[in-house]
Design a protein around this ligand. Structure first.
Ligand SMILES: Nc1nc2c(ncn2[C@@H]2O[C@H](COP(=O)(O)OP(=O)(O)OP(=O)(O)O)[C@@H](O)[C@H]2O)c(=O)[nH]1
Ligand SMILES: [Mg+2]
Length: 222
């Protein structure tokens, strides 16, 4: 019998104008990954050059935003477990082994890095809304591990990943767990998430369709 190999890890880092921070993030990530993939989302600084020099596989795209960047990254991966990590250094790559452990132990298909403090009230509101169907406290985290097979079929509707992504995992029947992760304080102002107003509407629409689906399912079972 051959030796059973542990599945490898592809880390996908979406990056928009992160030349000042990306080198450190890649350096800290490499020891925990089989490959580090950076999607440069139309940066106007030298994010891509810095990322290449730091040892990442880099792909450039026209500015498409966070969701387009991670979805592009998923298609470039070569390993069975994918981790997404923000390029601004807020997540600590040293948490990657704890994040992938539930997938390796086959108790989860998606693992969300739950931040000890969820910064925006709008994110807390969205997680409260989705809490009616999925028990996840932090639905807006950018630090997650997921099976490649799931990542490649995700649509992620909406303006951002908050709320809608967890509802989609549920729709796909994925086992989702949360693992606490460390949030590092950054010396940059927090972006105002204007898109969360519209995101609430997307989340509400998905919640309604989830409820409809589960009541249809109940009818069939009755
Ligand atoms: N803001 C922004 N970030 C992008 C875009 N495309 C990719 N990114 C990357 O997506 C990640 C998350 O973006 P952030 O601006 O840190 O989002 P956030 O963590 O919700 O916002 P902050 O709380 O301000 O850090 C970072 O790695 C960005 O470099 C884009 O179009 N806009
Ligand atoms: Mg950030």
């Amino acid at each position: 019998m051959g030796i059973q190999m542990e599945p490898g890890i592809s880390v996908v880092i979406p990056a928009f104008n992160e030349a000042g921070r990306i080198a450190q993030v890649i350096k800290e990530t490499l020891p925990f990954a089989s490959e580090v993939i950076v999607i440069d989302d139309g940066s106007t600084d030298n994010t891509a050059e810095v990322a290449i020099k730091s040892g990442a596989r880099v792909f450039r795209q026209r500015r498409g935003g966070y969701i387009a960047a991670i979805k592009h990254g998923f298609t470039r991966t070569r390993q069975e477990i994918i981790v997404t990590l923000d390029a601004d250094g807020e997540g600590d790559p040293a948490d990657i082994p704890r994040l992938v452990a539930p997938i390796r132990d086959n108790v989860a298909d998606v693992v969300l890095g739950r931040r000890d403090f969820i910064p925006r009230p709008s994110e807390r509101l969205i997680s409260w809304l989705t809490g009616f169907v999925v028990l996840v406290r932090d639905t807006g985290t950018g630090f997650r591990a997921l099976r490649r097979g799931i990542a490649l079929v995700l649509e992620i509707p909406g303006r951002c990943i908050c709320g809608t992504s967890v509802l989609e995992y549920r729709k796909l029947g994925a086992r989702v767990v949360e693992v606490p992760v460390t949030l590092r304080t950054l010396a940059k102002p927090r972006r105002i998430a204007w898109q969360h107003g519209l995101q609430c509407i997307h989340v509400l629409k998905m919640l309604v369709s989830c409820r409809r689906q589960s009541s249809q399912h109940k009818d069939i079972m009755d």
